[in-house]
Design a protein around this ligand. Structure first.
Ligand code: EPU
Length: 425
C-alpha cells in the first residue's frame, strides 16, 4: 500500500490548475447509459473512482474510447449486461448511479447494495422509493437490488432528505419516463446542476435544477452530446485550506468561486486574503489563522466534504472553534489522527470542539476516508517535521496528481510506493 511522506513547515507558493469534479463526472459517466449515441466528455479527472466506474460501464457493454488527456467518448449502443457486481460497488458507492439509467433504458438492472461505509450507514432507500413510485418492481435478493420495469412512468416524488446521488439517480430515470416527474426536496448541489446540463444537451427536458423542486418531462429517446465537466469545488477548497494552513500565497486556475461562497467567506473570516478572478482564485495566508466555527448542511450551506479540511486549519488557528456535522453520523474519524500530530479536538456527539495549538508536530497517521485524508495532508503541511500518511488509496480515489500539484506549490511531498503493511516489516 502506498504512503505519503510530507516534510512540513514549507510555505506554499505558485499556481496550479484544478481538475474536473469527481462528483459531477461520476453521474455524468452513468448518463452515457441513457443513449445509444456517443457521449463525448472533457475535463474528466483521472482518478481511481473514475477508472472503477469505467470498468463497470465496460462490463455492461459500453465502449470507452480514450481521446487523450482529459477526454473520453462513451458509446452504450451495445448495452447488454445490466449488472453492477459487489466487487466493484463495494469499492465505490457511486456505482449505485447506474440503477436509474439502466432501468430507464434497459428495463432491468441488478446492482449490489452499497452497504455502509466509513463515514456512515448511507442507505439508498430514497433511490429505491422514488423508482418504485415510477412503476419499477424492486426486490432485494442476496445483497443485490433486482429491479425491473416496463417504460417508467412520471411521478411526484418527495424525498425524506435532500440526497445528492438520490436526486441524480431519479433525474436520470425520469428523463426517459412516460410523462412528467417532479422531485421535491431535491438536492441543489452544483454537481446535480452539471448533470442536468449534460442531460439537457442530450435532449432531456428538465426545469428547476438548482432549486429544491425539479420537473422532468420524459422523452422517447436521448441522443449523443458533448459536455465539459465542471471544476472540482472540493479540490479547490482543499488547496485553499492547504495554503491557509501552511502559509504562503497560491493561485488556483481553471476553477471558479461561484459554488464556493461559504468556503471562501470562512477562509476570509480565518484571516486569509482571497481574490477572485473569472476562472481563478488567489489566496494569501495570514501570519496566524483565526479559528472559525461552522455547521455542515446541504448546498448552498457549508459542504460536509470540506469539514475535515477546516478541522485541520482550526487545529493551528488562534481560538476555539465548534464544528457541527449534520450530514453523516460518523465523519469525525480524522479527529483522532489529527490528535497524533498534536491537535486538541474533543468530540461531543455531532460536534467537534477544536482548540487551536501553537504548532503541530509530524507523526505517522492513517487515512480513513477521502476527505479525512485531505485533512491529514493539510495538517502535515503545517506541522514541524515529517508526517507519514498510510493508506493513501483513499486520496487517489478523489485527488488527481496530488503530490505533483503540491510539489508544484513548493511542498516537500514524496510517495513511498507499495510500502509493506504496518508491522510486517
Ligand atoms: N440518505 C438516506 N437514504 C438515501 C440517500 C441518502 O438516508 O436513500 C442519507 C445519507 O445517509 C446522508 C444524507 O442522506 O445522511 C445525505 O446523503 P447523500 O445521499 O446526499 O450523499 P451521497 O449522494 O451518497 C454525495 C457525494 C458525497 C457527499 C454527499 C453530501 C457523490 C458521489 N458523493 O454522496 O461525496 O459527501 O453527497 O454532499 O456525489 C466525497 O466526495 O468525499 C463524498 C463522500
Amino acid at each position: 500500500m502506498d504512503k505519503l511522506a510530507i516534510q512540513g513547515g514549507a510555505a506554499l507558493s505558485g499556481e496550479i490548475a484544478i481538475s474536473g469534479a469527481k462528483n459531477a463526472a461520476l453521474p455524468i459517466l452513468c448518463a452515457a447509459l441513457l443513449t445509444p449515441e456517443p457521449l463525448h466528455l472533457t475535463n474528466l479527472p483521472r482518478l481511481n473512482d473514475i477508472a472503477t466506474l469505467l470498468r463497470l460501464l465496460a462490463r455492461m457493454g459500453v465502449t470507452v474510447h480514450d481521446d487523450g488527456a482529459d477526454a473520453l467518448t462513451l458509446d452504450a449502443r451495445r448495452l447488454d449486461h445490466p449488472v453492477a457486481p459487489y466487487e466493484l460497488v463495494k469499492t465505490m458507492r457511486a456505482s449505485i448511479l447506474v440503477l436509474g439509467p439502466l432501468l430507464a433504458r434497459h428495463g432491468e438492472a441488478r446492482v449490489s447494495l452499497p452497504g455502509g461505509c466509513a463515514i456512515g450507514a448511507r442507505p439508498v432507500d430514497q433511490h429505491v422509493k422514488g423508482l418504485q413510485a415510477m412503476g419499477a418492481d424492486i426486490r432485494v435478493e442476496q445483497g443485490y437490488i433486482e429491479a425491473k420495469a416496463g417504460r417508467l412512468k412520471g411521478a411526484r416524488i418527495c424525498t425524506d432528505m435532500a440526497t445528492v446521488t438520490g436526486t441524480e439517480n431519479l433525474m436520470m430515470a425520469a428523463v426517459l419516463a412516460d410523462g412528467e416527474t417532479v422531485i421535491e426536496n431535491a438536492a441543489r448541489e452544483p454537481e446535480v446542476v452539471d448533470l442536468a446540463k449534460c442531460l439537457i444537451r442530450m435532449g432531456a427536458r428538465i426545469s428547476g435544477v438548482g432549486t429544491d423542486v425539479i420537473a422532468i418531462q420524459g422523452v422517447e429517446r436521448l441522443g449523443g452530446a458533448e459536455h465539459a465537466i465542471m471544476p472540482d469545488r472540493i479540490e479547490t477548497g482543499t488547496y485553499l485550506c492547504a495554503a491557509a494552513a501552511a502559509g504562503g500565497s497560491v493561485r488556483l486556475t481553471r476553477t471558479s468561486a461561484a459554488c464556493l461562497d461559504v468556503v471562501v467567506d470562512k477562509l476570509m473570516d480565518a484571516g486569509c486574503d482571497v481574490e477572485l478572478e473569472r476562472n481563478a482564485i488567489c489566496l494569501k495566508a495570514p501570519a496566524r489563522l483565526k479559528s472559525v466555527s461552522l455547521r455542515t448542511a446541504p448546498y448552498p450551506a457549508f459542504p460536509t466534504d470540506m469539514q475535515a479540511q477546516f478541522m485541520a486549519i482550526n487545529s493551528v488557528a488562534d481560538g476555539v472553534a465548534t464544528i457541527r456535522e449534520t450530514i453523516f453520523e460518523n465523519r469525525f474519524m480524522h479527529a483522532g489522527e489529527l490528535a497524533r500530530l498534536g491537535a486538541d479536538i474533543q468530540i461531543e456527539g455531532g460536534n467537534a470542539i477544536v482548540r487551536g495549538v501553537k504548532q503541530l508536530q509530524g507523526a505517522t497517521v492513517m487515512a480513513t476516508d477521502l476527505r479525512a485524508s485531505a485533512s491529514l495532508v493539510i495538517a502535515a503541511l503545517a506541522a514541524r517535521g515529517e508526517t507519514v500518511i498510510d493508506r493513501i488509496y483513499h486520496l487517489d480515489r478523489g485527488y488527481e496528481r496530488l503530490e505533483e500539484k503540491l510539489s508544484q506549490l513548493g511542498a516537500r511531498v514524496e510517495r513511498i510506493r507499495n510500502a509493506p503493511p504496518q508491522g510486517q516489516g
